[in-house]
Design a protein around this ligand. Structure first.
Ligand code: TXA
Ligand code: MG
Length: 353
């Protein structure tokens, strides 16, 4: 299949003319990758089971892993769900359009092919103007997982999507680099208590303050698979996600000990002829004399770290690093999402100095 790539210059007010063809493709059961404010999504008509099947094929993703249905307007939610719980209403009003996905009991309209056989459906209204205009023009809810090959870091640029999806999908809309860089927060409002299934840019504090009660992380996510005796509620969280090709190790502790430990580990690996990467921040980048050093951004500005995390992981894939050593970051605010992704990418391999 030939994959067409369309560059959208005016990201704030994309020209409708450019979006007509991709909207038609979506409506007719094809696959179009598009930018959102979190990461690039791989879109298909969420009400068309055959189209959803194509997503799983293109990504090489297990088909029991459900998809998020993306909508453009509040009214689009009603046909997809059998009920809108009070907590869901409050969260929608506060954070939609934006980086928040909510899990509702599904209606009969949503095929099980989209929800991985579940009786619930994940819905999100993205804020990105290209995503919003495309979904509105398509006139159908758009199922869209992150547009990466299953198991690779999510794409934050159209080039990342191209690397993984060229030849496998109909079209890529190139709207440049995304804003946030990590996937949306997922909150399940279908049960008795709302629960966070995946941390993201709508933080635990932000959601708790809107709900007027402390909202918790699914325990399987908070502690990792080794400690939790429960299965994660988001099926996707049970797979090894966001994995770079290299073996990634996180190093935690006082910064000067972390730097010392990383330098020692790097030298050991280099002396054996391996290619070694280091993930750090602007504050420490000069402290690493050897190895391939990449700074994510400014330590206290979590949004800078989130923004470059996946590109840096992908760059180490391209550079064919054998080992990567990463500093750890605060779990405050967006840091919770960053550490969640890094710890998973590391396969829970953490050294405490
Ligand atoms: O930011 C995002 O959410 C991006 C952009 C493209 O919108 N999309 C995204 O989709 O990250 P994906 O498919 O890579 O991740 C969706 C996650 C998976 O872990 C999946 O298991 C979970 O959402 N999920 C979807 N439907 C669910 C449901 N009904 N119940 C529980 N978890 C669900
Ligand atoms: Mg994904």
């Amino acid at each position: 299949m030939k994959t067409e790539r369309i560059i959208i210059e005016n990201k704030e007010h994309p020209e409708e003319e450019l979006l007509k063809k991709p909207a038609e493709i979506l409506k007719n059961g094809g696959l179009v990758a598009f930018p959102t404010e979190t990461v690039y999504g791989l879109g298909a008509n969420a009400l068309n089971e055959e189209a959803a099947k194509k997503i799983y094929e293109a990504k090489g993703r297990p088909s029991d892993n459900p998809l998020i249905a993306h909508i453009a307007d509040f009214d689009d939610l009603i046909p997809l769900v059998s009920q809108v719980p009070e907590s869901g209403k409050k969260l929608m009003e506060a954070f939609w359009p934006g980086p928040l996905t909510l899990i509702f009991p599904k209606s009969g309209l949503v095929p099980y092919g989209t929800t991985g056989g579940l009786d619930t459906v994940a819905v999100r209204m993205p804020a990105d103007p290209i995503a919003n205009a495309l979904i509105r023009l398509a006139g159908v809810p758009v199922a869209a997982p992150s547009a990466n090959t299953s198991g690779r870091p999510s794409p934050t640029t159209a080039d990342h999507v191209w690397q993984d999806m060229n030849g496998k999908i109909d079209m890529i809309l190139d709207g440049g680099a995304v804003g946030i860089g990590v996937e949306s927060t997922i909150i399940d409002v279908s049960g008795e208590e709302p629960v966070i299934l995946r941390p993201g840019a709508v933080t635990q504090e932000m959601a708790s303050s809107i709900l007027g009660q402390e909202i918790h992380l699914d325990p399987a996510i908070a502690t990792g698979p080794m400690k939790a005796k429960v299965k994660p509620k988001a099926p996707g969280m049970k797979y090894k996600h966001y994995a770079p090709k290299a073996e990634l190790t996180l190093v935690e502790g006082e910064m000067k000990d972390v730097v010392k430990t990383i330098n020692r580990l790097v030298e050991e690996r280099l002396s054996k002829g391996f290619r070694v990467g280091i993930i750090c921040t602007e504050e420490t980048r000069e402290s690493y004399p050897h190895g391939i050093v990449r700074s994510l951004g400014i330590r206290t500005k979590e949004e800078t770290l989130a923004h470059s995390l996946y590109s840096v992981l992908r760059e180490f894939d391209d550079l064919e690093a054998d080992y990567i050593y990463s500093e750890s970051f605060s779990k405050d605010h967006l840091g919770q999402a960053i550490m969640n992704r890094l710890v998973k990418a590391a396969g829970y391999h953490i050294i405490r100095t």
